[in-house]
Design a protein around this ligand. Structure first.
Ligand code: HEM
Length: 247
């Protein structure tokens, strides 16, 4: 099969998986955890998984793919960079809302903050994500950034981009597992986690979908022949081109 056909197959699969992740996390929060509110209750907490999965995995995963889509290669580089930056800003905004939901719930219920491994890894991921956005903005958007710095930073940006995806998926998987253990093993629960009630099925499948989504994204990012052709031809000129310059 032609390489571009394989790309579109994997890309379609990633879109489908991303959509399923969002549907599953909303169904879990709405159908099994009581829906949404912004009042410090468990319903406020429900924004946390929805915002994190949608923002830091699905939207972020699509944002880092922008330069790999063959149908965008003929468009202006400026537009691609702006789409990349805007999608990432959307993901970051959702992450902040998701964190506020978790902290707000903990504070109202007098639960300590940042005690779990999940919260440590997740918090570091969000800080790195914020720094990555800021440094990307400063290095690639500002025309006054020296060319050597722009070129030197490019590889670091790409490396941390993938690390952040790995960390956000790890945070989601640990968070899903933690939540299932909390709610299904609570004294008032009708079926414990080990009995695998429908809620556990749904959330376990959500975890597997998140993993598969991130693997398709990593595959498309890492395969050299699916990178923008001009990246092969002139990596330096591409890396050093300021964001605010048309191709
Ligand atoms: C990128 C994704 C995620 C990040 C960065 C993240 C980050 C965090 C942070 C920083 C906290 C601490 C809040 C506090 O101490 O008040 C937290 C709490 C929590 N999160 Fe997440 N989270 C993510 C995804 C998820 C998902 C998908 C779930 C699934 C339900 C989840 C479940 C929880 C639970 C149950 C808590 C409270 C217990 C604890 O602090 O560990 N998280 N999260």
């Amino acid at each position: 099969m032609k390489s571009s056909n394989v790309f579109y197959l994997v890309y379609t699969l990633s879109l489908l998986l991303g959509l399923l992740c969002v549907i599953f996390v909303i169904t879990w929060s709405k159908g099994y955890r009581g829906g949404f509110a912004w009042d410090g209750s468990a319903k406020m907490f429900n924004w946390h998984p929805v915002c994190m999965v949608t923002g830091l995995v699905v939207i972020y995963g699509n944002a880092i793919l922008v330069y790999r889509l063959p149908f965008t290669w003929s468009s202006s580089k400026l537009i691609l960079k702006l789409v990349h930056a805007t999608l990432n800003l959307g993901a970051l905004s959702l992450a902040v809302i998701g964190l506020l939901a978790a902290f707000g719930f903990h504070n109202k219920m007098h639960i300590p903050n940042l005690y779990s491994m999940h919260s440590w890894v997740g918090f570091i991921a969000v800080i790195l994500f914020g720094l990555q956005w800021l440094l990307g903005f400063l290095c690639f958007l500002l025309p006054c950034t020296p060319l050597w710095l722009r070129a030197a930073y490019r590889d670091v940006h790409v490396f941390f981009g993938l690390c952040i995806l790995a960390m956000t998926v790890a945070s989601c998987l640990s968070g899903i597992n933690e939540k299932l253990i909390f709610v299904l093993n609570a004294p008032n629960s009708t079926a414990s986690y080990k009995k695998l009630p429908p809620e556990a099925y749904l959330a376990n499948i959500l975890g597997v979908l998140l993993l598969c989504f991130s693997l398709t994204i990593a595959w498309m990012l890492l395969k050299r022949e699916w990178q923008r052709p001009n990246l092969h031809a002139s990596a330096l000129s591409d890396a050093t081109e300021p964001l605010l310059t048309e191709d």
